[in-house]
Design a protein around this ligand. Structure first.
Ligand code: ATP
Ligand code: MG
Length: 370
């Protein structure tokens, strides 16, 4: 099989794949510092595929299809509101890409069941989302599906928050195993060179992608315990108005540690200062808390709220503009997703066919979205 530079696109740029699950009507500050900032920074340099994992949303919201649809609309509007550019990048609705579902099945054969079940991100989610032991089979399956979401586009880079690292590691395992089993890559070729052009033995179909973790790897939620999460009621959303943001910040409890009598340096308020105030000012605030004197928490919360609102004001305005349209901007979103599906299917179908060739189950290429 001839293998041109596996990550090169028609535009000649290396690829990025990343995305969000539509489990809520919008995105939050954790998404912004964990992944969106990187997407914004890299979207012109890379050929980017931004995926809405709407099939995966059914793992926890199977009884609420209308919510999943509304959430999908909301998240794409937030993408547009923060400045992701659907002309420079491809917006992908997962359910429109059949190759992803097919690759999921193939990849499920390459992952030991127990390894999936030991995935620490899945374990945390089962715990924090209170899924107990009655979650559907599809829940752990989504981790396998995510390998297919990524590898269908053969990207080099996956900008994500720290909670996704375990998933990306699994995806790297799958890509490596597929390349070795079906593409004849020798196990002495380092993972990162499996599909590197010009490298001896690098005949892999899949470049083994790397995670790119955001400026803040894991933004804590307002509860100060879990990561900020759409599903946990501990988030500041990008569309929250000035008052809502300030109210949420004001509710953060700031108590000194019983033993040291100091507010711990790990406190969520200080984490937010680091993330959203100028570095010098955050350092000054940290020093004040470390010194243990009287600190006016209220003033700091007001300063933080104002900084977050300054960041969010233009985003909210753009989302409000879209939602002021008679159709609430849904037509615009659907148009973008239709265009994205056509382009995404061209690439994903090519990947699938090449995977089938490697697995010796190819009969003829098929035509979807070409
Ligand atoms: P859910 O509660 O449904 O799991 P979520 O808030 O975790 O939602 P996802 O759609 O699962 O959001 O994640 C989208 C992207 O945002 C991923 O790359 C993830 O790592 C990143 N991300 C999510 N929350 C945070 C956070 N608190 N800090 C940094 N990055 C985050
Ligand atoms: Mg999540």
């Amino acid at each position: 099989m001839s293998t041109p530079h596996a990550t090169a696109t028609t535009a000649g740029k290396p690829r990025i794949l990343t995305g969000d699950t539509p489990t809520s009507t919008g995105l939050h500050l954790g998404h912004y510092v964990g992944s969106l900032e990187n997407r914004l920074q890299l979207q012109q340099q890379y050929d980017c595929f931004f995926l809405i994992a709407n099939v995966h949303a059914f793992t926890t919201l199977a009884e609420k299809p209308a919510d999943i649809r509304a959430n999908t609309m909301g998240i794409v509007k937030d993408w547009l509101a923060v400045g992701l550019d659907p002309d420079a990048s491809t917006f992908v609705l997962q359910s429109e890409i059949p190759a992803i579902a097919e690759l999921t099945f193939f990849f499920a054969m390459l992952l030991p069941f127990n390894k999936v079940m030991r995935n620490p991100t899945l374990k945390t989610e089962i715990d924090t989302k209170g899924l107990g032991d009655s979650y559907p089979f599809g829940f752990p399956m989504y981790a396998v599906g995510q390998c297919a979401d990524i590898l269908a586009f053969r990207p080099e880079l996956v900008p994500v928050g720290e909670d996704q690292e375990a998933h990306i590691e699994m995806c790297r395992d799958v890509a490596g195993k597929f390349n070795q089993l079906y593409c004849g890559v020798n196990n002495r070729v380092p993972l990162d060179e499996h599909a590197k052009p010009g490298t001896a033995g690098a005949s892999g179909l899949f470049p083994v992608p790397k995670a790119k973790i955001g400026r803040v790897a894991r933004l804590a939620g307002l509860d100060g315990v879990n990561k900020m999460s759409k599903s946990l009621g501990n988030a500041i959303f990008l569309y929250d108005d000035d008052k809502a943001v300030q109210k949420k910040i004001n509710k953060i409890t700031v108590l000194p540690d019983e033993a040291t009598k100091l507010v711990p340096q790990s406190h969520v308020l200080l984490q937010y200062c680091d993330a959203f105030l100028p570095a010098a000012r955050a350092k000054e605030i940290r020093a004040m808390y470390a010194a243990g004197g009287e600190v006016m928490h209220g003033h700091i919360k007001a300063e933080l709220g104002a900084a977050i609102n300054t960041l969010l004001t233009p985003m909210r305005a753009r989302r409000a503009d879209m939602e002021a349209r008679p159709d609430k901007g849904d037509g615009l979103v659907l148009d973008i997703l239709r265009r994205g599906a056509a382009r995404a299917n061209t690439i994903a179908e090519e990947t699938l066919y090449r995977a089938k060739q490697a697995m010796q189950i190819d009969i003829a290429p098929r035509r979807i979205g070409m």
